[in-house]
Design a protein around this ligand. Structure first.
Ligand SMILES: *Cc1c(COP(=O)(O)O)cnc(C)c1O
Length: 375
């Protein structure tokens, strides 16, 4: 049998290993110089004044909600087509996630669906940039300005993506990036908040560190905080990963191009990812859509697995998770575009090191399964 092809894997090289080992040798495993350096260089890379390193993307999202003053009785508008953390963080602070349906092409929140969801309780729009490309920010910013709403970005899947030449993570009051091993760069577990506001920066620094005051008196707690600190080994890994981020994104782009090239011939069976004309895509995942709606996607996943190819439904719509259905009474049909994309989409193996011949093999196997589906 052929080698197994996983969905994703991080690129860990000698420089990453030696950077982490060097931290271990110093004995300073937390609260040292590395996370500070990582924050500085990350902010510089994205183009914001400040950044705060945190223990995960989810932790970062939680803190941006707290720092924005969002709490019980408030509503936050966000996308149902996302990883569950972007809606959960709204629940963490006792507020209500209100979904607005997405754009059929990109899977990002549809600006035309936002205004009808605004009520007196709406405080913010949590914009998710899904799969590696930016949401359509100009109309969203206009709506936010008109209704005096804050913008917070979940940029966890789209580091370095640009909208009309402007980088995601720079549009709102704050933004969050994530470094789980399947993302474009990794720290193991880890995340980063970016902001241009000194006030938000100071609040997030304090909240991530048990609510300590910014003169760092160890036992002075000025507010209810958390332990969302990023350890020094992770920060050291973040620094070496950041150094090769552009290289890693160009490699991901190459793999995506191979896929799209091979699939072009089979347009009636699978749709390849669409990139909005104002976006540059930084490729978190490679997700195709199965066009024939008689095909049961989960059966395709099983058949691919028999050929050594891992694949996943990507993503299920958040409002249809049991917990959300029970709590908010959502039913199938509430967000038809998101649900349609959820039904059709299939994430294929996608990582640096995947060879052109692997991509060809995956494409051939998938097309074979789809062509012979009826038989
Ligand atoms: C990865 C991701 C997060 C954060 O995930 P963590 O595992 O907590 O780092 C948040 N939102 C989206 C859309 C993501 O893809």
């Amino acid at each position: 049998m052929r080698k197994k092809l996983p969905i994703s894997r991080p690129l860990i090289q000698k420089d990453d290993v030696s950077a982490v080992a060097a931290v271990l040798k110093t004995g300073r495993l937390s609260f040292g110089p590395k996370h500070i350096e990582f924050e500085k260089l990350f902010a510089k890379k994205i183009g914001t004044r400040f950044a705060v390193a945190v223990s995960s993307g989810t932790a970062g999202l939680h803190l941006t909600m707290v720092a924005a003053g969002i709490g019980s009785g408030d509503e936050v508008i966000t996308s149902p087509f996302s990883f569950v953390a972007s809606a959960n963080c709204i629940l963490y602070v006792g507020a209500k996630p209100v979904f607005a349906d997405v754009d059929i092409q990109t899977g990002n929140i549809d600006p035309k669906k936002i205004e009808e969801r605004i009520t007196k309780k709406t405080k913010a729009i949590l914009v998710v940039h899904i799969f590696g490309q930016s949401a359509d920010m100009d109309p969203i910013l206009k709506i936010a300005k008109k209704h005096k709403l804050k913008i917070i970005e979940d940029a966890c899947e789209s580091v370095m993506a640009e909208y009309n030449g402007k980088r995601v993570g720079t549009f709102g009051e704050s933004a969050v990036f994530a470094f789980y091993p399947n993302k474009q760069m990794t720290t193991g577990e880890g995340g980063m908040i970016t902001t241009n506001s000194e006030r938000i920066y100071k609040m997030c620094k304090s909240l991530a560190n048990q609510g300590r005051s910014d003169n760092m008196q160890w036992l002075d707690h000025q507010c209810l905080g958390y332990n969302y600190r990023l350890d020094e080994m992770s920060a050291a890994l973040g620094l070496t990963q950041l150094k090769k981020l552009d290289f890693m994104i160009s490699k991901r782009r190459q793999v995506a191009d191979w896929y799209s090239e091979f699939f072009k011939k089979y347009g009636v069976l699978v749709a390849t990812p669409k990139i909005a004309r104002w976006n540059t895509h930084t490729w978190f995942v490679y997700v195709v859509r199965i066009i024939n709606n008689r095909v049961i996607r989960d059966k395709v996943i099983k058949k691919l697995a028999q050929k050594g190819i891992s694949s996943k439904p990507y993503l299920p719509s958040i409002h249809l998770f049991d917990f959300y259905k029970k709590r908010f009474g959502y039913k199938m049909g509430a967000y038809p575009v998101s649900e349609k994309i959820s039904r059709m989409s299939l994430a294929l193996p996608f990582y640096i090191g995947l060879k052109k011949e692997d991509v060809k093999y995956i494409c051939e196997q998938l097309i074979n399964i789809l062509k012979n589906y009826e038989k």
